[in-house]
Structure formats: structure tokens, C-alpha cells
Design a protein around this ligand. Structure first.
Ligand code: SPD
Length: 276
């Protein structure tokens, strides 16, 4: 008999993965955390019923959210990851020899602990790198305490539900931009053009009021709703600057120069909605 995990983030849309077995299932201080061994997609982390990452397709998400702002900055030294306790973004950030410190503000220690245990085959153990700094705390306070400090900020969050809703607010974007060093760039998890048009428009409007060159880009991730997810690039530096920067050592599985450029091409209905 097959066991299926079904995600029901939207009331009108569902998707399911076939589960081989359950590796972990616990209520942490903050959320319901499940680790599933699934067919085809491999180990899968689910938080409060929503798929966060799978072994098979997480590379598109992590390479895209990290390399676009990192390459645009050129030689980033101080990086902040908001959320990202699974270590996938951290692994990509640490590929850059210029990085001196990569701080990760993750609220839920169990996300870090279980990811270290179960995603070592995908991410290695980036936490042992002396440049990695884990802060088990809320990102708002840390951003407030560190104006002008970070060359790159990556907001690698869950969806805007419950405690994560604030991370999609105008207030968060203000604080994030304030925490960027001159010439800095940020990229944020910014949801799905079909399902979240109004939210993305609100975020773009907020970003446009804070920096000269915000832009939305997209990656194909089969296990996310609609088969993909977008990101908001937030900087005074145009994202195209990153096309001139050599890649860091290590192998990309998703990102390449063609994907980099194409990611910013938006379908007409959405381009009009967002950019007018
Ligand atoms: N709808 C799912 C969005 C999940 C985004 N967060 C992914 C975290 C991976 N580090």
C-alpha cells in the first residue's frame, strides 16, 4: 500500500509525494517538523505541512537565492542568512573565498540539528566552517542591531504564515535594506507569481521605495506549489553586474549564465502586473 504526503498550502491546489518511510516527526518549540524519505525526491523536510526542501530539487532554490546577490556584489565579506537553518544556503555562501563571516539567524534549533543529521549527503556539514556563525534568535532584533553591516543578506524563509508573516512585511524590508553595507545586495524568498501576485506586488513596491534596482526572478522547483518559486533581488546595484563576476570554486547543479539571465524574464501577465 502506498503512503502519500499531500501539501495543502492553497485551498484550491494540492500536490503529493509518495513516502517510503518517516524519518522524524516531532513538534518543536515552534512548529511541526517532519522528515520523510520519499520516492524520487529523496529526503524531504516538511514544516507545518509545507515542503521546504528535498534532496532532489533543493539545488535550484539554494543556488538561485545565493548566487544572484553574491555575484552582483562581487567580493562579499559579511553575509547574513535569515532562516536557512537547513544549511543549504550556507553551503553555497561558503563557496566564496571572500566571505569572512556568514551568520545564520534561525529561530528553531531543531531544524539545524535534524538537517545536520539527515542532509549531510546534500550539504556536507557547513556549520563546521569557522566562518559560519549560528544565531538561534529572531532576525528582526539582529537586523536592528547591525545597520550597514552586511554585503549580502539572504532571506531564506518559510511561507508568510504564522510567525514568518512578518518576514514579508514592509517593516522587514526596511530593516533589511538598512542592514546592508554600501554596495550590498539582498535576495528574499518571494513566492509564486500565479498564487501570490498581490503579495509580490506589495513587496516590489516596498523594495522600489528603498533601493534603485529591485527585480523579481524565478526558479523551477518541482516540489513547490506551481512547480517553482521566485525571489526578490533588492539592491542599488543592478543584478546584471553579477553576469561579469567569475563563479566561486565548486560545482553548480542548476545555476549557469543562461539560467541567471533567463530567471529575470517574466511571463507577460506577471511582468505587466509587477512592472506596469
Ligand atoms: N512553499 C515553500 C516555500 C519554502 C521556502 N523555504 C525553503 C527553505 C529552504 N532552505
Amino acid at each position: 500500500m502506498s503512503i502519500w504526503f499531500t501539501e495543502e498550502l492553497h485551498p484550491y491546489y494540492r500536490k503529493s509525494l509518495r513516502v517510503k518511510h518517516i524519518l522524524a516527526d516531532e513538534q518543536t518549540q515552534y512548529q511541526h517538523l517532519q522528515l520523510l524519505e520519499t520516492e524520487f525526491f529523496g529526503k524531504t523536510m516538511v514544516l507545518d505541512g509545507i515542503i521546504q526542501l528535498t534532496e532532489r530539487d533543493n539545488m535550484g532554490y539554494h543556488e538561485m537565492i545565493v548566487h544572484v546577490p553574491m555575484l552582483a556584489v562581487g567580493q562579499p565579506k559579511r553575509v547574513l542568512i535569515v532562516g536557512g537553518g537547513d544549511g543549504g544556503s550556507l553551503q553555497q555562501v561558503l563557496r566564496y573565498p571572500s566571505v569572512e563571516e556568514a551568520a545564520v539567524c534561525e529561530l528553531d534549533r531543531r531544524v539545524v540539528e535534524l538537517s545536520r543529521e539527515h542532509f549531510a549527503a546534500s550539504f556536507g556539514d557547513p556549520w563546521v566552517d569557522p566562518r559560519a556563525k549560528l544565531l538561534i534568535r529572531d532576525a528582526f532584533g539582529y537586523l536592528e542591531e547591525n545597520p550597514g553591516q552586511f554585503d549580502v543578506i539572504i532571506s531564506d524563509t518559510t511561507d508568510p504564515i504564522g510567525m514568518a508573516e512578518r518576514l514579508f512585511s514592509d517593516e522587514f524590508y526596511k530593516l533589511m535594506v538598512r542592514a546592508l553595507a554600501p554596495g550590498g545586495a539582498a535576495a528574499t524568498q518571494c513566492e509564486q507569481p500565479f498564487f501570490d501576485t498581490e503579495l509580490i506586488k506589495q513587496i516590489y513596491k516596498a523594495a522600489k521605495g528603498l533601493v534603485k534596482n529591485p527585480a523579481y526572478y524565478y526558479a523551477n522547483i518541482p516540489t513547490y506549489p506551481g512547480g517553482g518559486i521566485g525571489f526578490m533581488y533588492v539592491s542599488n546595484t543592478p543584478w546584471t553586474e553579477g553576469l561579469k563576476t567569475p563563479y566561486p570554486p565548486g560545482e553548480n547543479k542548476y545555476f549557469n549564465p543562461e539560467v541567471h539571465k533567463a530567471a529575470f524574464a517574466l511571463p507577460e501577465f506577471f511582468r505587466k502586473e509587477l512592472y506596469g
